[in-house]
Design a protein around this ligand. Sequence first.
Ligand code: PLP
Length: 450
Amino acid sequence: MTTDARRRLPSVDAVVRAAGDSDVPRERLVRAARDILAEARAAGTSFDEGAAAEAARRRLRERDRRSLRRVLNATGVVLQTNLGRAPLAAVALAAIAEAAGAVSVEYDLDAGRRGERHGHASRLLAELAGAEDGVVANNNAAAVLLALAALASRKEVIVARGELVEIGGGFRIPDVLRRSGAKLVEVGTTNRTYVRDYAAAITERTGAILRVHASNFKLTGFVARPEDRSLGALAHERGVAFIHDLGSGTFIDTSRFGLAREETVPEAIAAGADVVTFSGDKLLGGPQAGLAVGRATAIAALRSHPLMRAMRPDKLTIAALVATLELYRDGRAESELPVWRMIAATPNALAKRARAIATRLASRGVDCDVIETLSTVGGGSLPEETQPSRAVALGPRHGRANEVAARLRTADPPIVARVVDDRAALDLRSVAAEDDEMLAQAVTAALAKE
Ligand SMILES: *Cc1c(COP(=O)(O)O)cnc(C)c1O
């Protein structure tokens, strides 16, 4: 490094002074100034203290920007796992706020002594599912692991080859099974499995039959799988547990919205499962949680398992979950849960919203028009099922699809769009109608930046 380059750079002190009084602690400013000067020295560039101070402040602003931010989900995927799956209902948000302080999470107000954390959602869950009892873990992966560990540890668990699935995020049924301490016994073939395959595999070492929802793929063509009812009957006749991982788990008939019919939680219980597990933040429309419902003895085994302590839900989750379940109890789930409102939106209603947004954007000089799309539910539910939707497609005057999409991600709040026919498009299926106004404003601001 030349002495010349050194001379052209101000001292750290001078830069900090130039930054003036600031709300940033002095040590952080010093560190940022040092970094900026070191980089300038290495690059052989020069800087006066004003410019260096500005660069240091900018560096801090960038570093301090939160990575976890509210976004507008315009992907057309209602349950986008990368975007946090189900948006919560207003009553669930209020319940979270209320539970944030001191709350009777493990306190029995009637008796005035320590109470049961798992009691809050149990009764409601059991009532809705038509089950004897229910328990909550922090996600469905945990609920499955717990069920296997509590009911089949050191025993064999029978799973059809066609159900040895990977859900995403590294959740693979064979691996989870092994981690639970159970031993996997595969039966059937990839495409066809019969009750007799399960029956032949049951021995005195068998702990459970596990059925897993395919979630993110579809087995079609020359396929066969036994009815739940037949598996339930076999399990009980032979004295082994029947665990059913439903994945999404719904209390509402999805076929009413032009989608394939998903087996509901009460149906899975009625078919004879000892434990049915499902997610809180998929079709249920609540917070991230893993719900297990079923026979009282089986649920008691999950609840008292040592792993439960490591997988228990926090008070905010319990609060949001109870508020969500109450909507189902009171027959208000479809009208108040964002997930079901999005799924229930008609193409006409979506078209009307799209036209209103497009008209508004066009009046602000944004190049756009309304297009027909196919949206999905996502979140590992209803694979390959689509619903007719509408989107506002942007460009081409604003650039290529990927450039426009990137610019939309810098909007405030950031917008995550989809790409349709090489254009960035805002699919309204996954946007709450209340957010249309915010969406239009954010798009205008982002595209007007050019
Ligand atoms: C989504 C899913 C899981 C994992 O649920 P999380 O709540 O994400 O942990 C497990 N099994 C099936 C079948 C699923 O669809």
